[in-house]
Design a protein around this ligand. Structure first.
Ligand SMILES: C[S@@+](CC[C@H](N)C(=O)[O-])C[C@H]1O[C@@H](n2cnc3c(N)ncnc32)[C@H](O)[C@@H]1O
Length: 490
């Protein structure tokens, strides 16, 4: 049994303790114990012995939190963090906090994936009381050994001096950045670190994987927004920087909308207010999509094609079938599902955001078998259940039964009402795409209680160097299922 020397431990916030590091938990923390109390430790690898600075350490608290500041016995899977600004060890040595967003950067990529599979398995077991062994795959045709250069969507804060910056983890402290190693190379080409964003609060950048024209969307501070002179200066600075950067780039101002799901108003400064994304799916071929403003698009450059292939494989759609694509965004899955059901079938793409629905209508306009229904999922499903015979345009399902439901909700998951309504519609197959194992496990327990079981689950590593994980799970009514023995293929 490993012995931890506690003779030099100093408890309380800012104190340091030595611990043996246990399993990785959901959220990117490892579980350790100090004199019986749980300590959630960031920047560790399971199996290590480390010295931790305590960041939360109330005497009576059930658990504490801390960051690794010294590795006393490293894991064989530890590597030197490839992003200096996000490296806890170098940040500590230079007396500043690290930026958030690359909290797995000190772990070799194949082990990151093993840990994500373990987190998925443990979370589903803990919350849904189900033993599900996920397969593991990753985005792209080749293994990406570094975990870098994959993000096509990046967001930055802005310092009072007008420089782009990132927040230190769980802190309002802004750290100016002069590179973003997780971003695709097209982000570097813009050299946003040299632009003057004075008067802005936030900068969202979309750099499409295909290399088509990027979009820089600037959100003014509340003070700039209400002052026409300041707003005018901000527009001029952005136009000048865009013209000087040597890249054909669209730019615009994002002016917040009044309510949730009402999009921010995008005011064009240069170029267009949208980007064009090209998806090359092995199973479904090449398609182009328009995504306006800060509308949702899968963040990893290879994520759209990877997820489309996984969804098409798990949905097993046949010509003539009726499919619902819930939380459909700009119509990514719907476009491919519509090809799969063919002209005799139907695909209903349900999306709450008006602007994403508008993009989806445009993206699906050559596929008359696809309809975009703008509204919250639970309301649309409620209407289908209430008026099943009504035409789709009047809130019904036109008397049809759903063969397959694909759902890809935001991090909060679908929630009880949407799940109950999916169950009441009795689809023959459900494909659940999730970016959060905890909300997925909660929804999965309701689906299990409603008579469905897991046919196959896969963890898809779409977020290298971070703790985030995507999963794709196929469910079928319990009586029909012949579960495949999923193996962790790393
Ligand atoms: C994870 S994204 C998935 C989008 C799409 N499947 C894709 O891969 O591009 C989730 C989408 O759900 C939408 N959304 C959020 N809450 C919703 C709700 N209650 N009902 C319908 N759509 C919702 C968001 O606007 C977003 O477009």
């Amino acid at each position: 049994m490993a012995v931890v020397d506690t003779s030099t431990d100093v408890t309380g916030i800012g104190g340091t303790i030595e611990v043996e590091v246990g399993a990785m938990a959901h959220g990117g923390h490892c579980v350790a114990r100090h004199e019986g109390r749980v300590v959630f430790v960031r920047h560790a690898v399971p199996g290590e012995k480390v010295r931790v600075t305590l960041t939360e350490a109330e005497e009576g608290a059930r658990f504490w939190r801390g960051d690794v500041v010294e590795v006393l016995r490293p894991s064989e899977f530890r590597r030197i963090h490839q992003w200096k600004l996000a490296d806890m060890l170098r940040a500590h040595a230079s007396g500043r906090p690290p930026v958030g967003g690359a909290e797995f950067g000190h772990i070799v990529v194949p082990h990151q994936r093993r840990l994500k599979a373990q987190v998925f398995r443990d979370t589903v077991h803990r919350i849904a009381d189900l033993a599900v062994e996920p397969g593991v795959c990753f985005a792209g045709s080749e293994d990406e050994p570094t975990g870098q250069r994959w993000r096509t969507r990046n967001a930055f804060a802005v310092t009072p001096q007008g420089h782009i910056a990132m927040h230190a983890y769980r802190s309002a402290t802004l750290l100016p950045v002069r590179n973003m190693p997780l971003g695709v190379p097209a982000l570097d080409a813009l050299a946003l670190w040299d632009w003057d964003f004075t008067g802005a609060a936030r900068v969202d950048v979309a750099t499409p994987a295909s290399g088509s024209r990027p979009l820089v969307l600037v959100t003014p501070t509340p003070q700039t927004r209400v002052d026409e002179v300041k707003l005018g200066r901000l527009r001029t600075r952005i136009r000048q920087a865009a013209n000087a950067c040597g890249v054909d780039v669209s730019t615009g101002l994002a002016l917040p909308g009044p309510k949730q799901f009402l999009p921010v108003k995008v005011e064009r400064i240069t170029g267009k207010t949208w980007v064009e994304e090209t998806v090359e799916s092995e199973r479904g071929g090449t398609k182009r999509f328009r995504v306006t403003g800060d509308g949702f698009w899968q963040v990893h450059q290879h994520a759209p094609a990877t997820l489309v292939d996984a969804v098409l494989e798990d949905a097993r759609v046949e010509p003539g079938q009726v499919v619902a694509d819930l939380y459909g965004g700009a119509g990514l899955f719907s476009a491919y599902l519509a090809d799969a059901v063919g002209p005799e079938g139907r695909v209903y793409s349900v999306e709450a955001s008006r602007r994403a629905s508008k993009d989806a209508r445009r993206n699906l306009h050559e596929q008359p078998q696809a309809s975009v229904l703008n509204g919250p999922t639970d309301k649309v499903l409620g209407s289908w259940l209430k008026y099943p015979e009504r035409p789709v345009a009047d809130g019904g399902l036109g008397g049809a039964a759903l063969d397959t439901v694909v759902l890809d909700p935001p991090r909060a998951g679908a929630g009880r009402r949407a799940i109950e309504r999916i169950l009441a519609l009795e689809p023959g197959r459900i494909v659940y795409v999730s970016c959060d194992p905890a909300s997925f496990a909660r929804d999965l327990a309701w689906l299990r209680d409603g008579g469905y079981e897991v046919e196959r689950a896969r963890v898809v590593d779409l977020y290298p160097d971070t703790h985030h994980l995507e999963s794709v799970t196929a469910l079928v009514p319990a009586a029909q299922s012949a579960p495949t023995a999923a193996v962790v293929e790393i």
